[in-house]
Design a protein around this ligand. Structure first.
Ligand code: ARG
Length: 474
């Protein structure tokens, strides 16, 4: 069994049983060789990108006089026919042609004959796959940004409806200070906004065309890489032919952005799971986003949130897989890089499903506002407000105010009441200067309304942030 180390120009007459690169080979590869080498099962997802690249390449070859315009027209007609076959689901994807590039070219040979062989002039599968994959990842980034914006819009709509809805804010998952539900949701709008920015940044960096690097060293033909780059929506061609065919950091960067976005999704998913428990009872999801149990008739489970919480593992796993594929690879192309696609496809499939499911859940959920408001006042959540009152009205140093408030909480705990129900005499026993006015800050709504600092939870601040985001997303 001999293994081709790099592609030779494919023979236009190659047919079934004869590999495209088979000019110097006299025997067919072993079945096992084909089994480990074949990628058409997954890289068929690059078909549209492959055809777009071939069309741009053929047009450039013709306008540069590398091939005749008659040949170029024939090639374009053939590629168009293939596009039609693909759209109709009639394209014959065949294992014996190994990958998407050779499947397209073999089919082109069947459709238009030997002229098809001129398409691969000044091109290699190395720059071809680098182009196709880059186009795919670029589109995946664009789709993901759109989905992140859709999720942000769903969050904004709920946040606007609940800008003043009280809920407990937590640290350590212990009641900390009252916040509003709108404020809590807007925290995720910020996170998903940064995620979208990361995908946009990655896209801008990857937006260079590798086509024309050929196998690794560039091409002796008078090609116009700038024209091809422009035709395919790239800002410019890549500047080093070795780097063009051997770098996959554009995919790693996209997967790293995907991993961070997936962790954000998992946090929101976890909160939905917690809020849905009868113990919390903060939100309800409808039948559309819950499932029942086959044995326990009372159950309503937030499966979509749980799966979103779990899928971050796949996405991070994909990043790890590709990082391991690329680690230690000498320049330029090695077949290892064929392993870049499956993890990347898998990660974006998972992420896009989770983004859609999360946008659906966010729109679907209804907060139980009475229950949230009651919880907002529980756990002495306005203790900090009492301390702040002592600082502002009695001019106590904050540390001392903290101490007095701790004593008040202890007393309230002993009496089994909330801070706002502690009799004034009890408070005055701790500091005789405390007046009735203190009760104005002990209600959760007052606490929330007082947090007017920029980015704070006061409903007016929350509404200002909602307005800013609506403007940004327009
Ligand atoms: N299927 C290959 C890949 O995905 C295409 C490039 C093959 N190049 C080569 N020299 N064998 O990486």
């Amino acid at each position: 069994m001999s293994i081709p180390s790099d592609e030779d120009p494919p023979s236009p007459t190659a047919g079934a049983g004869q590999n495209m690169w088979g000019g110097r080979f006299s025997a067919k590869p072993a079945d096992l060789m084909q089994a480990i080498n074949v990628s058409i099962g997954f890289d068929r997802r690059l078909a549209a990108q492959d055809l777009a690249g071939s069309r741009a390449h053929a047009a450039m070859l013709s306008s540069q006089g590398v091939i005749s315009s008659a040949d170029a027209e024939e090639i374009q007609r053939g590629l168009e026919a293939i596009e039609g076959e693909m759209a109709a689901g009639a394209f014959p994807f065949r294992d014996e042609y190994e990958d998407i590039h050779m499947n397209v070219e073999a089919r082109l040979a069947e459709l238009i004959g030997p002229t098809s062989g001129r398409l691969h002039t000044a091109r290699s599968r190395n720059d071809q796959v680098a182009l196709d994959f880059r186009l795919w990842v670029r589109e995946a980034c664009d789709r993901t940004v759109d989905q992140l914006v859709a999720l942000q819009s769903a969050l904004l709509a709920q946040a606007e409806a609940h800008a003043a809805t009280l809920m407990p804010g937590f640290t350590h998952l212990q009641p900390a200070q009252p916040v509003t539900f709108g404020h809590h949701l807007m925290a995720y709008v910020e996170m998903f906004g940064r995620d979208a920015a990361r995908f946009r940044d990655a896209r801008a960096r990857m937006n260079e065309s590798p086509l024309g690097a050929a196998a690794l060293a560039g091409s002796p033909f008078p090609i116009d890489r700038h024209a091809v780059a422009a035709a395919l929506g790239f800002d410019r061609p890549t500047a080093n032919s070795l780097d063009s065919v051997s770098s996959r950091d554009f995919a790693l960067e996209a997967l790293s952005a995907a991993t961070i976005a997936a962790t954000h999704l998992s946090r929101l998913a976890e909160e939905i799971v917690i809020w849905m428990t009868p113990q919390f009872g903060f939100i309800n999801l409808t039948d559309a986003f819950t499932t029942g149990s086959s044995i326990m008739p009372q159950k309503r489970n937030p499966d979509a949130a749980e799966l979103t919480r779990a899928k971050v593992g796949r996405v991070l796993g994909s990043f790890t897989t590709l990082a391991m594929v690329m680690k230690g690879l000498p320049l330029a192309y090695s077949k290892d890089m064929q392993e870049d696609k499956v993890p990347t496809f898998e990660a974006f499939d998972a992420l896009q499903l989770c983004l859609a499911a999360m946008a659906g859940m966010v729109a679907d959920l209804t907060p139980n506002t009475a229950r949230m408001a009651a919880a907002a006042g529980a756990g002495f959540s306005t203790a900090t407000d009492l301390a702040d009152w002592l600082v502002r009205n009695l001019n106590l140093p904050f540390r001392q105010a903290h101490h007095v408030t701790g004593a008040a909480v202890k007393r309230a705990e002993t009496l089994g009441v909330g801070l706002e129900d502690l009799p004034l005499s009890e408070l005055q026993a701790l500091d005789s200067r405390i007046t009735e006015g203190v009760y104005e800050v002990l209600a959760p709504s007052a606490s929330v309304a007082s947090r007017m600092s920029y980015g704070g939870t006061a409903p007016d601040q929350v509404r200002a942030q909602i307005a800013r985001w609506k403007e940004l997303l327009r």
